[in-house]
Design a protein around this ligand. Sequence first.
Ligand SMILES: [Zn+2]
Ligand SMILES: [Zn+2]
Length: 312
Amino acid sequence: MPRRTKCEQPESHRIELIDLLMNFEAELRSKDLRRKVLSLVDAYRLLHNLGSSLIPMEIAKSARDRILCYFRKYPSTIIDGEEIMVVSGISEWARRVRELRVQFGWSIISGITAKEMLKEESPLVINGVEISEMKPNQYFLASPEEDREAARRWHVANDIRKGKGGSKEKIIEFFRQNVGQPISGEELRYAANDKSEWARRVRELRTENGWPIVTRNTGRPDLPVGMYVLEQDRQSPEHDRNIPDLVRRTVLEQAKYRCANCKWHHKKWNRSDPRFLELHHSVPHSHGGKNEAENLIVLCNVCHDQIHKKRR
Ligand SMILES: [Zn+2]
Ligand SMILES: [Zn+2]
């Protein structure tokens, strides 16, 4: 049985398929099960060929290219796995989607990851797409840009996921090897060995362990939804931890994302002065200060450090 040949037009596949189905009437009447099955195998092959011929070879040479072409044609649109199966013309399409995402850096979000993100971050809408409606077997392309650093990160994530330790250790290790870089939820999930609790672990690392991991909702409104950044490789002082995300967001929004002392804003960020914003208790925990908005102020890490030095 010849594999897909070049230059075949959708129309020739269509005609071949119709022929086969017309003849299948006779096959159905026969008692030979094997013959029926074999002729349907041909029908599947023809359907695959027909599907993959919808995007011409001049535009996309491989199944992976066809999948990418389809995603880019319909960005920010929820796409069913079955659609990808049709245009790719292969049954191993899910693996190709993963390659596009992790090795080539296309921000393709799956329904599974969206759901896990939703539990911790509540980004209900990404680029106008209502992600709470997504089913596990659906996907969408969140950014039209390819992230060229993704291949390097993928290798790092690959080493980490094979190593020892729980998903929390794996996630923070991945972050610490990519300080200051936006990382997608899909990558974190991968580094955490596809454990579904990865999103909860990220929140714990931020709130309980004091790592400055920010998202659009928790400190960096300039970030695309679904991206995470470890701003610096250091944990906040013990007493400034355990602030619920919702409180954090409220305090930051009220402060308009500026340091209460020097008015630093992320717009002023540069490599030689890589600051970030932290939350600080006006009345310290040890003096009965609460983890509530009224008792919290926003400081850049430089001013925060100075205040803590004075207190000692
Ligand atoms: Zn400051
Ligand atoms: Zn503090």
